[in-house]
Write a protein that binds this ligand. Structure first.
Ligand code: SAM
Length: 243
């Protein structure tokens, strides 16, 4: 007679798949293979009624006749309690498939270990279900893709690179701008005016390049960032400051 342990299928693997910044050619062969093979895919989106950005550039690799697609909502909020609710809800959905022995790919824009929601679900899976195998497939981050698109080498020799959310307040941001040779500011859209003021104060505005939606057909590169004053900026944009 089979024991209950024998009748339980082996856990499926939880795989964070980085799919690059939005150019279908900037996806690794490994990511592409996994996206085509896994039975279950999760894609993040910020609103229930909205579309998933990352899905828009990997949909050609997915076959919905044979693969299940789970859209997970993660609102753009700093409210930790609200975020945790959404992470827990996502975890339940992911684990239901893993327990059935199905591999689940969590599709992440750029690289999965750079400011991604995947990291939170990954941490929960590892902490609560250590029996579930996990894997992370790195992707080309927006940092690498933007630097290449803008023709800005990032660091050489003894130079130092800082990557941070532009949402750091005045003096904390300026401290980083003073100390590092190249600074990449992500999530710049809502705080652009404040960032511009800090860059101008330190004489670095001319050294800053704005990159929007790199790798996608909507890519834009702005080298005179003062032009952006008063404009509504895209969430998928960043600034590279190269001294
Ligand atoms: C939550 S982080 C995700 C980073 C992503 N995991 C990566 O490796 O690039 C989102 C921020 O990354 C930057 N970003 C992501 N994709 C981008 C793109 N295609 N072009 C420019 N910036 C991008 C923006 O600063 C955006 O606010």
């Amino acid at each position: 007679m089979a024991t209950s342990q024998e009748s339980q299928p082996a856990w499926g693997k939880f795989i964070g798949v980085g799919v690059g910044p939005g150019d279908p050619e900037l996806i690794t062969i490994k990511a592409q293979r996994v996206l085509q093979q896994v039975p279950v895919l999760c894609v993040p989106k910020s609103r229930e009624e909205g579309d998933s950005y990352v899905l828009s550039f990997v949909s050609h690799l997915i076959d919905l006749e044979r693969q299940a697609l789970i859209e997970l909502v993660f609102p753009m909020t700093k409210d930790r309690a609200r975020l945790e609710e959404h992470w827990s809800a996502a975890l339940v959905k992911v684990v239901a498939h893993l327990r059935e022995g199905q591999d689940v790919a969590f599709v992440t824009e750029g690289d999965p270990f750079i400011y991604s929601t995947f990291m939170h679900i990954y941490a929960l899976v590892r902490a609560r279900y250590p029996e579930a195998p996990v894997e992370v497939i790195p992707g080309i981050s927006s940092i690498n893709a933007a630097a290449a698109a803008a023709g800005l080498p990032l660091v050489d020799g003894a130079e130092r690179l800082a990557v941070l959310p532009a949402t750091y307040e005045g003096e904390r941001l300026e401290e980083v701008l003073r100390q590092f040779d190249t600074i990449v500011l992500l999530k710049v859209n809502r705080v652009f005016e404040r960032v511009l003021a800090s860059l101008s104060k330190l004489g670095l505005a001319e050294r800053a390049v704005y990159v929007k939606r790199c790798g996608s057909p909507e890519q834009e590169i702005v080298r005179d960032i003062g032009e952006l004053r008063g404009q509504e900026l895209d969430y998928l944009s960043l600034i590279i400051v190269r001294k």
